[in-house]
Design a protein around this ligand. Structure first.
Ligand SMILES: [Mg+2]
Length: 301
């Protein structure tokens, strides 16, 4: 079963202090497309539930309501760069004191009754306990509460005596979205797109995104430094090993020369030539001294 956010329409998604029946008059409120996109990305289905008593009063028709809803859906998708972000619109055209008799009744869909939410739950297989209702009127809170949902009242004045009390209040739609996304109830459990939060919350809250970014930068910088240090170290080791080889190679060669001269000298001694023996041995001693000098140089290096 899915979770949804039920959305009041007038003065929650769009500016409307009167009866709005013209699609051209639709004006989205600030942050609405981005907020809806963030809720969608967090895994919520998005369902508008709105009382449209203007139909019952004869101000506009149900076809006008449909046209306005198509306009809202289009503007939201344009603003959010998405397709069909709002899953469904439900509206209640009835009013208990309507001049038009066909619409004169207190319908179970009319908020504060929860009928639209309950119908949506049946239509879309929603788990109402995991759903939220956002609205700007106490009747929105009451409808959400009656359906078993959590609720957010958009109000600059706190709860303002709303009965029942909402789960939370927010000064704007954007804040209401943040409240829901930070409540830990989102199906995807994460990442409000609109606020660019990291998948895992950092320990110090609101400053998390920049801090995380800096932390990430530091990690990359640290890794880069470690690689450079390692490269430098390997380069040093390589040079040291190369110097070691040159001195040791030279020392090895002079050592071999010293041994060769000593052997040749001894052969001359065996042949009875003492003078030649002394020259070969002098050469051998010289080669041996060179070997010692090379080894000392190697040790200093
Ligand atoms: Mg409203």
């Amino acid at each position: 079963m899915d979770a949804a956010v039920f959305l009041d329409r007038d003065n929650t998604l769009i500016a409307n202090d009167g009866d709005l029946g013209e699609p051209e008059d639709v004006r989205l409120l600030g942050g609405v497309p981005a907020g809806l996109k963030a809720l969608h990305d967090a895994g919520f289905r998005l369902i508008v539930v709105t009382n449209q008593g203007g139909v019952a009063r004869g101000r506009f028709t149900e076809d006008d309501v449909d046209a306005v809803h198509q306009r809202i859906a289009m503007l939201v998708d344009e603003g959010a760069g998405s397709r069909s972000l709002i899953n469904r619109f439900y509206y209640c055209p009835y009013h208990p004191e309507a001049p038009l008799e066909e619409y004169r009744r207190d319908h179970p869909w009319r908020k504060p009754n929860p009928g639209m939410l309950l119908q949506a739950a049946r239509d879309l297989h929603l788990d109402l306990k995991r759903c939220w209702m956002i609205g700007d009127q106490p009747r929105d809170v009451a409808a959400g509460h009656a359906a078993g949902c959590r609720t957010v009242l958009i109000s600059e004045h706190g709860e303002a005596g709303a009965e029942p009390s909402p789960t939370g209040t927010a000064a704007s739609f954007r804040k209401a979205v943040e409240l829901i996304l930070h409540s830990g109830t989102a199906p995807n459990g994460a990442a409000p797109t609109a606020t660019k939060r990291p998948p895992r919350p950092a320990p110090d809250g609101p400053s998390a995104p920049p801090r995380t970014k800096r932390k990430g930068g530091t990690e990359v910088e640290g890794l880069r430094k470690a690689i450079l240090d390692l490269t430098e170290e390997m380069r040093g080791e390589h040079l040291k090993r190369a110097e070691f080889t040159i001195f040791r190679l030279a020392a090895g060669m002079t050592q071999l020369l010293a041994l060769l001269l000593a052997v040749l000298g001894l052969m001359q001694l065996g042949a009875g030539s003492t003078d030649v023996f002394m020259r070969w041995m002098a050469g051998a001693v010289l080669a041996q001294l060179m070997t010692i000098a090379l080894l000392l140089a190697d040790l200093k290096g």
